[in-house]
Design a binder for this molecule. Structure first.
Ligand code: ADE
Length: 228
């Protein structure tokens, strides 16, 4: 899979893509992540990527020209399954969308900045708009990092124990059961007896009960979605 991220602040994305699972997945060739600086594609002599909005609304707007030039260049090199704009007014991102994106070959993530992007980008170049939640970030970079991270960990070969991504919270619209490690007792606080029993049938039953109980208590909205 290849993920292209278009941003005016490539530095913001360096660290999230250079650690842990994402780093290893790139090293193993499971995913290729390419970060592009939109400013490198401006035709403006001042290299500016933003301008005042028509109509006088306060705040700068990301210009269409450099975004268009960069997207057209990338589209000439490969076919994109999705060209996604990260924006707080997009479709709310969730595990189901992550699973779906992880089956694609090429996706492109455009990070918004300033007051927004010239709307013609959204009308003519974008195939999908995603939000990571009902709050406003300074730009789309952290949101693009969230999408990239959640998609890459699902790719075959990204995680050595492949079942572990499938048992993540939300995969079943269920939160995960609690996990513990040694010591079995710390400060008088004990690990549940069943986990030390070696009885895998009982352990699986306990985990399922815990997952259901935690979901009902913490995220009852998810239980209604289980049969969707
Ligand atoms: N850009 C700014 N806020 C955002 C959000 N909540 N989701 C996606 N992109 C954003």
């Amino acid at each position: 899979m290849r993920i292209d991220v278009l941003t005016v602040l490539p530095e913001l994305l360096r660290s999230p893509f250079e650690h842990s699972i994402i780093k290893r997945a790139q090293a193993k060739g499971v995913v290729e992540i390419c970060v592009h600086n939109i400013r490198d594609y401006t035709t403006d002599k001042h290299r500016s990527v933003d301008d005042y909005s028509f109509g006088g609304d306060a705040g700068m707007v990301l210009k269409i020209e450099p975004v268009f030039v960069l997207i057209e260049k990338l589209k000439a090199e490969r076919t994109y399954d999705e060209i996604i704009f990260m924006t707080p007014d997009g479709e709310r991102y969730n595990q189901h969308i992550a699973n779906n994106l992880s089956t694609k070959t090429n996706i492109l993530l455009l990070c918004g900045h300033y007051k927004g992007v010239d709307h013609r980008v959204r009308e003519h170049l974008i195939t999908r708009e995603l939000s990571v939640g009902d709050y406003v970030l300074t730009g789309g970079e952290l949101a693009a990092a969230v999408v990239t991270d959640s998609v890459v960990r699902l790719l075959p070969g990204a995680i050595s124990n492949e079942t572990s991504a499938l048992s993540d919270s939300f995969q079943d619209n269920l939160l995960s059961a609690p996990v513990y490690t040694r010591p079995a007792e710390f400060n008088g606080w004990k690990v549940p007896e069943v986990l030390l029993s070696g009885n895998f049938g009982e352990i699986a039953k306990w985990q399922e009960e815990q997952a259901l109980e935690r979901t009902a208590r913490l995220r009852p909205d998810l239980l209604n979605k289980r049969c969707e």
